[in-house]
Design a protein. Structure first.
Length: 159
């Protein structure tokens, strides 16, 4: 678990998979624990217009949950800088154009000054080979590193 104080909250970008994870049998427990930590003030929730767009295709209960979470969330904007960073990830070969929205999640979280991303996307986002590559591109653009974890890795251990 990453610690924080109330005055210096860890800014966490949650991608679409985490909101849907609340209703998925495999991911439900850690996803709910993550959002519980947000409600307790352990994390400052960051999301984006991209998540809002992707959630539109989700089941109604996921959309409703997302909308409830918006009251406590900052919305990171998709700016020209974000789109340029997304293209840099693609040009660096970290991710293909086919999965450009995954690169967009990383870019919007990075430019939006999230401290970390939580995601259940192990292929394109939470991937030990890709994370240092994303951060190398961030460095080339004068941006800081971003930590990337699954919700399971950031929730408090109850033992």
């Amino acid at each position: 678990m990453i610690s924080s104080s109330k005055t210096n909250l860890i800014r966490v970008y949650a991608d679409t998979s985490v909101f849907g994870g609340v209703f998925d049998e495999e991911f439900k427990t850690p996803s709910k624990a993550f959002f519980s930590a947000v409600k307790k003030g352990v994390f400052k929730l960051i999301t984006s217009e991209l998540v809002r767009q992707e959630i539109q295709a989700a089941p109604r209960k996921v959309l409703h949950f997302f909308e409830e979470c918006l009251t406590a969330a900052d919305i990171a904007e998709i700016t020209e800088t974000v789109l340029q960073l997304q293209q840099s990830y693609i040009q660096a070969g970290i991710i293909s154009e086919k999965h450009s929205t995954d690169a967009l999640h990383v870019a919007v979280a990075t430019v939006g000054q999230a401290n970390l991303i939580v995601s259940w996307n192990f292929k394109h986002i939470v991937n030990f080979q890709k994370i240092p590559l994303y951060n190398a591109v961030n460095t080339l653009h004068g941006l800081g590193d971003i930590a990337i974890y699954s919700p399971l890795e950031v929730i408090a251990d109850e033992d």
